[in-house]
Every structure is written in structure tokens, then in C-alpha cells.
Design a protein around this ligand. Structure first.
Ligand code: PMP
Length: 455
């Protein structure tokens, strides 16, 4: 059977119809958007909130479990889940109760609360590493870890993979020039004045010889990496890649920092633990405390000794690491509840089983329609990729980019009560996701395939 080719004009016609439909069915969101325009840049409290493919912002009235209700009273089955922040569902009961209890007993004191030791023990139980520090976002945690890594190794250089995203961390906002292999500033980044190529090296994912060459210069403080690329299309590691990459870091004296902010959706305690990656430092943000702003970084005892020595030998004064509200009382309470009630095997069993069902449902429909598309899954998260194979690296994703098809799919599903992640078609399954949510998504996808088949 020949592969169906979707005419660009058909995609544009559908997109037009979907935009009209959205505008006609969301008068309350449109009115709020107009009012918000008076006070917010681009009409939203964070300008990324306009990076969704809908013609206007969807304003949220309520989010509970995986049901999001917009200002117009319409319900959505949420597979975006705040781009992972709400991975365990919106307002999980145990966390909401812990927050309410703590709210009456102090929000922030710049002192540890009595819960601190139990939370540390909980972090070790879930993620395996013995020592911890807290931050308020994964971006912050990564920035702080980079300082520690450079301080303890005395080496200046950071190594990252092409297509990486580790948050608003200047050193990591770089791209690979595919022709020369050089590290380039990411052109979209605003207000950039430093030349990060001086201290950051970027290499393609899944390419051991290039990684080895970059480490062999022995100036690399750390390799900062997600176990799979999740921010540039979902790109899983090739078999054996991490065993070899991990060994190369050790051989060349570079730390391995594993950013599990997204891949915590792989298995209880994250990908690194499930696959024996043995990072020196592990970063988890977003969902770690059930959606309350919090990030944690954990490290080995050896790393802790080296960090303490670096601090002890530095002159008195600002370390450049930490923010005033980090580890605050409210966050500790939420994290405590999340570690006990959300990071559980039962939750992951549910997420993984349903994610597998959803993957099969999508894959069988794609095969039946003969579309050159792929579903790539890593635990509870998956991506619908408009390319014929699972990508091998960021360049592979760039070469197959189909931004119009992605935008159409997002808006089409939104108009059928299903929320996908806006930046690429990522779907995340939570402990609160039910069979009815999967059915709603697959019904919408069936309709989309049928419409694409009609010219
Ligand atoms: N690390 C990874 C792997 C991420 O995906 C993200 C955000 N998408 C971050 C760090 C930064 O998280 P935040 O925006 O919450 O600081």
C-alpha cells in the first residue's frame, strides 16, 4: 500500500476550521484573554502560555485529577499535565491536605522544619541517593549543580547533548552545528551576550565516539544529560549507550549529572535507578512534590565530601548557589506527602499499564491508516511522532519536522476535549488517568485520521 501523503492544503483547511471552532466555542476564554492583555505581556502571566497552537489562550477554571475545566465550562482529558508538573494528577489529595495543614503553621522561615530528616530519608528511599539539597525549580537545581560540579572538579567545561533542555540555564542553551560539529549559541535565546562555546561543548546523542573525543580532553566537569532526550522529540538511548557513556565519564574524570525532571515518568525512582546508571548527581523537578514548586538534587557520599571541601576552602560570602525560599516549610510538607503517597509502585503500575494500552491503540491506528508516523514510549510518557521511525538524535528530529501537522493535531484534539503537550505531541499518563480518558483520546485520533484521509 503506498504511504498516504497529506496535502498541505488539506492540513491548512482543517487548521482553519479548527481555529474557527475554537473561537466560537470559547467566548469566556476570549473575554479573559482580552482583559489579561491589559496587564500581561502577550496577555498571559508567563509568555510561554501563548506558545500553544490554539488561536487564543485557554483559561483554566479548575484542574482536578486529569480533568481540566476551562472558563467556558468545557472539560478536557489532560495528557499534558502541566508538561509533567502535574504528572501525578492535578491537586493530588495527600499533597493538597499536607499543603493545607502546613499553610497554617508557617510558609517559609529560612530554617529546616521538623520534617526535614524524614523528607531526606524519603528521597533516599525513592531515588536511591543518600544526600540531598532542595531548590524551587529544575532550572535552579541544574544551575546550582553546574556550580558544584565545576567547583569540585576544578574543570571549566560542561558537556551536553544536542537538543537538550535543562531549563533556563544559560550554559546549556546551545546547539550543534551539524556541518562543523561546533557548539553554537541557540539563536532563539534572548539577551545572550556570553559565548557559551567557551565553556560548553555539545555532542550528538547516541554517538559514543564523539562523546569519547569530547571527554578525552579532560577539561569536562560534568556531562549533564537526560537519560533520553525528552525536550526535542522523544529520543531513547540506543541499547548499551548509557553503560558505555557512564564508563567513559568515569575513565576521563568527569561527573555524570542525570536530569530526571521528565524521565521520572519512566519507573518508580526514575530511569537512572531502573537502569543502573549510577549518576554522581541526580536532578528531579516539576512533579517531585506533586506540582508545588520544588526541585531536588541528590548525590553520592563521595560527591558530598567533595562539595563540603569546596565550600570549606572557599572564602566567606555568597556561594552563588541557592535561593531564599529553597527548602521552605510549605515545599517540605508537600514533598513529604508526595514521597509517601505519590511515588509508589502502585501508581507506576497503573501509569505504565495504561500507557502501554494507549501506545498500542495509537500504533494500531497508525498502521491501519498506513501513515508514516511513529509512537515512541518511555514508561508513562510517549510521543506521537510524524516521522517513520523513532528518532536517533536531535538532527534526525529536525530533518523530519512537521510543525503544521503537530499544531493541527494539538488543536484538533483540544477541540475534542483532549489536551496534548503543546511543544511536541507528548502524552503523559498519570495515576488518575482512566480507561475513559484513553477512549476519548483514541476516538479523537480516529476522527483526525478519517478527516486526513478525505481530500
Ligand atoms: N530539566 C528538564 C529535563 C526539563 O524538561 C525542564 C523543563 N521542561 C527543566 C529541566 C526545567 O524545568 P523548570 O522549567 O521547571 O525549571
Amino acid at each position: 500500500m503506498p504511504t498516504p501523503r497529506i496535502a498541505p492544503a488539506r492540513i491548512r483547511a482543517l487548521q482553519h476550521a479548527e481555529r474557527e471552532h475554537f473561537l466560537a466555542t470559547h467566548p469566556a476564554s476570549l473575554a479573559l484573554g482580552e482583559a489579561a492583555q491589559q496587564h500581561y505581556l502577550f496577555g498571559v502571566p508567563l509568555h510561554w502560555m501563548r506558545d500553544w497552537p490554539s488561536p487564543a489562550s485557554l483559561f483554566v477554571r479548575q484542574a482536578r485529577g486529569v480533568t481540566l475545566t476551562c472558563a467556558d465550562g468545557l472539560d478536557y482529558a489532560d495528557f499534558c499535565l502541566g508538561d509533567t508538573g502535574a504528572m501525578f494528577g492535578h491537586s493530588p489529595g495527600a499533597v493538597a491536605q499536607a499543603i493545607a495543614r502546613q499553610a497554617a503553621q508557617g510558609l517559609t522561615c529560612m530554617l529546616p522544619t521538623t520534617l526535614a530528616p524524614a523528607v531526606g530519608a524519603g528521597l533516599q528511599r525513592v531515588f536511591g541517593l543518600p544526600m540531598w539539597q532542595l531548590a524551587l525549580s529544575a532550572s535552579d537545581a541544574n544551575r546550582f549543580v553546574l556550580r558544584w560540579a565545576r567547583a569540585v572538579t576544578g574543570r571549566p567545561t560542561l558537556l551536553v547533548f544536542d537538543g537538550c533542555y535543562h531549563g533556563a540555564v544559560d550554559d546549556t542553551l546551545v546547539d550543534l552545528d551539524p556541518a562543523s560539529g561546533a557548539t553554537l549559541p541557540r539563536p532563539s535565546v534572548l539577551g545572550q551576550v556570553h559565548n557559551h562555546a567557551d565553556f560548553t561543548r555539545v555532542v550528538p546523542f547516541n554517538d559514543l565516539p564523539v562523546l569519547e573525543a569530547a571527554l578525552a580532553r579532560r577539561d569536562v566537569a560534568c556531562l549533564l544529560a537526560e537519560p533520553a532526550l525528552t525536550n526535542f522529540g522523544l529520543v531513547p538511548p540506543a541499547p548499551g549507550f548509557w553503560d558505555a557513556a557512564r564508563a567513559l565519564c568515569r575513565e576521563h574524570g568527569s561527573l555524570f549529572v542525570c536530569d530526571e525532571t521528565h524521565t521520572v515518568s519512566t519507573a518508580l525512582g526514575g530511569y537512572a535507578q531502573a537502569h543502573g546508571l549510577e549518576p554522581d548527581v541526580l536532578v528531579v523537578g516539576k512533579a517531585v512534590a506533586g506540582g508545588l514548586p520544588c526541585a531536588v538534587y541528590g548525590f553520592t557520599l563521595d560527591m558530598a565530601t567533595r562539595m563540603a571541601a569546596a565550600k570549606a576552602t572557599a572564602p566567606e560570602g555568597h556561594s552563588g548557589i541557592g535561593t531564599t525560599l529553597s527548602g521552605n516549610a510549605l515545599t517540605l510538607a508537600a514533598l513529604d506527602a508526595a514521597l509517601e503517597h505519590l511515588h509508589t509502585q502502585a501508581n507506576y503500575d497503573h501509569m505504565l499499564a495504561l500507557a502501554e494500552q494507549l501506545e498500542q491503540g495509537l500504533a494500531s491506528r497508525i498502521a491501519r491508516a498506513g501513515m508514516p508516523w511513529t509512537v515512541t514510549r518511555l514508561g508513562a510518557r510517549m510521543e506521537l511522532q510524524f516521522m517513520p521511525h523513532t528518532p536517533r538524535n536531535a538532527q534526525d528530529v529536525r530533518e523530519h519536522a512537521q510543525t503544521e501537522m503537530e499544531a493541527l493535531t494539538h488543536l484538533y484534539m483540544l477541540n475534542r476535549g483532549v489536551l496534548l503537550t503543546p511543544f511536541h505531541s507528548m502524552l503523559l499518563v498519570s495515576p488518575e488517568t482512566g480507561a475513559q480518558d484513553i477512549a476519548r483520546l483514541l476516538a479523537g485520533f480516529d476522527k483526525l485520521l478519517a478527516e486526513l484521509a478525505t481530500n
